[in-house]
Design a protein around this ligand. Structure first.
Ligand code: SAH
Length: 264
């Protein structure tokens, strides 16, 4: 009788120890994962469950393999259905390692570049972001998975309208799309913690520099006179001093509008 209870007690005790150890081990393996994951409403649109395996493979082979480490960025890249942002004729290629045409002569960046630029912004759940060049709306959605609010400006009216409708349909109430010239930024909504430009400019628009918060980060493609393009990362310290550095050679569509006029 006594031995039977003792055996039962041992089994219960051992199970409790194993369960406790497993939960501690799971926590150790995901440092900060709980704290860093922003509280977001579950996505209800069917696109989020479609092609999830392809997105997973894309993240492993194209993003993690190239050293993107920010957990929020990796999670956003797994969530956002890139196929929902590209036109029907290229939808099959949505998770391949390349940029794709989105109509009206414009392109959606290669997934890795989207992840790289998002990581460079060091977003967190309180960030307010400005994007120049909405295009399909994909990059804005990736930022919106992490940040509090994303303001995005697109100079081609048809694209702005399409992206706005798409983002509303998929359920991104924290993205605000405006048709217009992004050169001037969005002063009524600034200053911003992070600014991302997705069209290449030959000079850095001064209004954008002004709308960047002290401590903020801006990344955008810059084109030299010789026609080379680099992603430039600009940081503004708490005193307002700027520092700039080229972080990667790239190929983006040109920024049009005011930036093409000479002089500042
Ligand atoms: N971020 C986009 C890719 C955009 S491609 C995505 O995720 O799909 C660059 C976009 O910048 C194009 O749509 C182009 O029309 C737009 N653009 C070019 N010059 C601009 C300007 N001055 N202001 C706003 N958008 C501009």
């Amino acid at each position: 009788m006594g031995a039977k209870y003792l055996r039962l007690f041992k089994i219960v005790f051992l199970s409790a120890v194993i369960f406790f150890a497993a939960s501690v081990f799971a926590d150790v393996n995901q440092p900060g994962a709980k704290e860093e994951k922003p509280a977001r409403q579950e996505h209800k649109h069917p696109a989020f469950t479609e092609r999830a395996k392809e997105r997973e493979r894309m993240v492993i082979a194209q993003i993690e393999a190239r050293d993107i480490r920010d957990l929020n960025v990796l999670s956003a890249m797994r969530i956002v259905p890139r196929h929902a942002f590209v036109p029907e004729n290229v939808r099959k290629l949505a998770y391949t390692d390349r940029p794709l045409p989105i109509g009206l002569g414009q392109t959606i960046s290669q997934p890795y570049i989207v992840a790289f630029m998002t990581e460079a912004l060091e977003l967190n759940p309180t960030s307010k972001v400005l994007e120049i060049g909405t295009g399909s709306g994909y990059q804005a959605a990736v930022c919106a998975e992490i940040a509090a609010e994303v303001y995005t400006i697109e100079i081609v009216e048809g694209l702005a309208k399409y992206a706005d409708e798409k983002l509303k349909e998929l359920g991104y109430p924290n993205v605000f799309v405006r048709a217009g010239d992004g050169y001037f930024g969005w002063p009524e909504k600034g200053p911003f913690d992070a600014i991302i430009g997705t069209a290449a400019a030959e000079r850095i628009p001064q209004p954008l520099v002004e709308q960047l918060k002290p401590g903020g980060r801006m990344i955008l493609p810059y084109e030299t006179e010789a026609g080379f393009q680099y992603l430039v990362l600009i940081t503004k310290d708490e005193k307002g001093n700027l520092s700039k550095r080229n972080v990667m050679p790239v190929r983006f569509v040109p920024m049009t509008g005011e930036v093409k006029k000479k002089g500042d």
